[in-house]
Design a protein around this ligand. Structure first.
Ligand code: NAD
Length: 355
């Protein structure tokens, strides 16, 4: 099996190195091939998603991705900015289903900014549609406002769009994910205001008829944001569109204390996937050797489970992560008094040792 390894920028190379050590420690016959992406792709080939990187990603069975982005590229035209690489990969590979689990390990209950009794035992899954919505909808641009009180002024505009088949596709993925968990699915929209959301809600209700064993409920996105901090354990699986999912999944991530702990998977219809930590390239700590590699290591575990057909190896990696947390090892982002602060390298090595 071939894994494309795309470390990217900032802390990407540091954390991906540790995940690669973990994969190599499993004793499987994986072929790992590395390519530049994001700012590194721009430096090497003049584009954040070079053709050679895209064809490697297309050929591979799965993609292990670090993170992209650095403030120094903020002045480049949008098409050349590092973040375009991830949008391009999602689009080219038709990775439409993003899985973002938010799990609070009991050893880290103190790291959350919420009271332990509200978050302890938290285990929710956010399923976010990745290929549509306002991030990709046309038309978009900057123009002279054609009408309204500010007619003639420069205005920016984007288009929120979802078609019925797109919503059905992510709906099936979410219902099936809920079937494997506690059979509760919350669909998040803004149907009190948006036509797109009304179509989303109507379509989810239609899809739900094929899953009578799953309890479907609906929530407006503003209420979902409130409930996530008020009673997050009431959620099981949440399904939502690209933009709402972008925001809510980061919010859910922070319930767990550190974004450095959270993996993600982006899958196509055949379960080929791109696996990456939920955080960005953290330029503020890049090169310091202090980044938390666990989100990337747990992403590799998701890769073993969803794309490589090795659920028992995924279990081993996740158990090894729990072991190192139980041993009291912490990177700086999750450190608290009474635990041992370790570097990125040491954390990766501890997971390998636990394996
Ligand atoms: P970020 O997630 O990179 O960092 C937010 C904060 O969390 C920072 O203080 C950072 O130090 C900390 N952090 C993140 N990951 C950590 C880890 N593994 N261990 C310890 N601390 C960690 O978000 P940002 O600062 O808003 O963005 C930085 C760059 O990353 C930007 O260029 C942005 O566009 C890009 N970005 C990329 C992705 C991606 O590659 N998928 C996602 C989000 C942001």
């Amino acid at each position: 099996m071939k894994i494309a390894v795309l470390p990217g920028d900032g802390i990407g190379p540091e954390i991906v190195t540790e995940a690669v050590h973990v994969l190599n420690a499993l004793g499987e016959q994986f072929t790992l091939e590395e390519a530049p992406v994001g700012g590194a792709g721009y430096e090497a080939h003049g584009h954040p998603l070079p053709d050679s990187t895209l064809s490697l990603a297309k050929d591979a069975d799965a993609i292990l991705f670090g993170a992209v982005g650095d403030w120094k590229y903020d002045t480049l035209e949008r098409a050349l900015r590092p973040e375009q690489a991830i949008l391009g990969l999602r689009k080219h590979l038709q990775l439409f289903a993003n899985f973002r689990p938010a799990i609070l390990y009991k050893e880290l209950a103190g790291a959350s900014s919420l009271k332990p009794e509200i978050v302890s035992g938290l285990d929710i899954l956010i399923v976010r549609e990745l290929n549509g919505d306002i991030y990709f909808g046309q038309p978009r641009g900057v123009r002279a406002a054609p009408d309204g009180p500010f007619a003639g002024a420069r205005e920016g505009f984007d288009t929120m769009r979802y078609s019925v088949p797109e919503v059905e596709r992510i709906g099936h993925v979410a219902f099936q994910a809920a079937q494997k968990r506690n059979r509760k699915l919350t669909s998040v929209d803004k149907s009190n205001v948006l036509e797109t959301s009304q179509l989303w809600r109507d379509t989810m209700i239609e899809v739900s008829k094929q899953y009578p064993d799953v309890e479907l409920s609906h929530m407006y996105v503003d209420n979902a944001a409130m409930q996530l901090v008020k009673a997050p354990k009431a959620f099981d699986v949440v399904v939502t569109g690209n933009m709402f999912g972008d925001i809510l999944s980061d919010q859910a991530a922070m319930l767990t204390g550190s974004i450095g702990m959270l993996p993600s998977a982006s899958l196509d219809k055949n379960n080929k996937g791109l696996y990456e930590p939920s955080h960005g390239s953290a330029p503020d700590i890049a090169g310091k050797g202090i980044a938390n590699p666990l989100a990337t290591i747990l992403s590799a575990a998701m890769m073993l489970r969803y794309s490589l057909g090795k659920p028992e190896q995924a279990d081993r990696v996740e158990a090894a992560v729990k072991t190192v947390l139980a041993q009291g090892l912490r990177t700086a982002d999750i450190w608290e008094a009474g635990t041992r602060k370790v570097s990125t390298r040491e954390m990766g090595a501890a997971v390998v040792a636990a394996l």
